[in-house]
Design a protein around this ligand. Structure first.
Ligand code: GRF
Length: 197
């Protein structure tokens, strides 16, 4: 029996596409929902083209009412009955109450070598710090932002003249390899951290 994976997005959904494309054949998971907080998220059309059910919970009517927004998220997710939730370019901060509801069943990909550079503008911060390398991390989502147990990481060099854009372009293809790898391991019951070589 396949495990049901819901994927939450806010934008282009390139990580969602990589995850969905990986869930085929003998893979233990299948995508059951792609949910966006923005009706204009480019990933929605990609999910629909792949035949994956989609939903939108627009966060804008809930400005200042995070609990109200999350109640709608919970309602949309309950309908899909996911076994696991993958945040993939999902740009809303989730409250500890929401996270607690899915504790241990929610993953995220973050474009830095955590625990360095939690939060936003990760590539610009790594460049400004003069780091020699950057990368991405897949981790379990816990109440603290970008702070849960690390499940996998991938590294790239920071090159002279790199901008946040050129660095992001070097990291993104690794995200698309790392996240599906970690997702499959987690669905197979393996949570020891891996390094993508
Ligand atoms: C990626 O860099 C991801 O690490 C971050 O959002 C960016 C866009 O992701 N969380 P996607 O193309 O929407 O999957």
């Amino acid at each position: 029996m396949s495990q049901r994976v819901a994927i939450l997005i806010s934008g282009s959904g390139s990580n969602m596409v990589a995850l969905a494309q990986s869930m085929q054949g003998d893979h233990p998971g299948r995508p059951c929902l792609v949910l966006a907080n923005d009706p204009a998220a480019g990933g929605l059309a990609k999910a629909e083209a792949m035949g994956i059910p989609t939903a939108v919970v627009d966060h804008r009517p809930y400005r200042g009412d995070r609990a109200g927004f999350e109640a709608e998220l919970v309602r949309a997710l309950a309908a899909a009955q996911p076994d696991l939730i993958a945040l993939a370019g999902f740009m809303r901060v989730l409250t500890p109450d929401f996270v607690a509801r899915y504790e241990g069943r929610m993953l995220n990909i973050h474009p830095s070598l955590l625990p360095k550079y939690k939060g936003l503008d990760t590539h610009a911060r790594a460049i400004a710090a003069g780091d020699s390398e950057a990368g991405c991390t897949v981790h379990e989502v816990t109440a603290a932002l970008d702070d849960g147990p690390i499940l996998g990481q991938a590294r790239v060099p920071i090159l002279p003249g790199d901008t946040p854009e050129t660095l992001a372009a070097r990291v993104l293809p690794l995200e698309h390899r790392l996240y599906p790898l970690v997702l499959r391991r987690v669905l197979e019951g393996e949570r020891s951290p891996i390094a993508l070589l």
